[in-house]
Design a protein around this ligand. Structure first.
Ligand SMILES: [Zn+2]
Length: 100
């Protein structure tokens, strides 16, 4: 599962969010691929493929719409490892303080 980076340039708000909440807030419509055309073989009207737009979320700080940037898997992995290390460090400090 890939994470997304929410970076709001005007207010410099930065946060990494998970994929399951990335689709919330701002629904985006697909861009039409072109006008419908008649398929001569089947003699029916067909529509061209629509293009989906990048995900957009509301900035929690200023409310502007921000386009999300998909992070690579390696980055996500490094991020979770970093969080784990920070958590372990906090636990260690807590233990030290309790022993005093
Ligand atoms: Zn903002």
């Amino acid at each position: 599962m890939n994470n997304f980076l929410l970076f709001c340039e005007p207010c410099a708000y930065k946060k990494i969010i998970t994929e399951d909440i990335a689709h919330e807030d701002i629904p985006r419509s697909k861009i039409p691929g072109g006008i419908p055309y008649k398929d001569l073989e089947t003699k029916s009207i067909k529509e061209k493929k629509q293009i989906s737009q990048p995900l957009m979320r509301k900035c929690p700080n200023c409310g502007r719409g921000v386009i999300l940037k998909r992070l690579t898997e390696a980055y996500t992995k490094a991020q979770t490892e970093q969080e784990k290390l920070q958590h372990e460090e906090k636990e260690r400090v807590k233990k030290c303080q309790q022993n005093q």
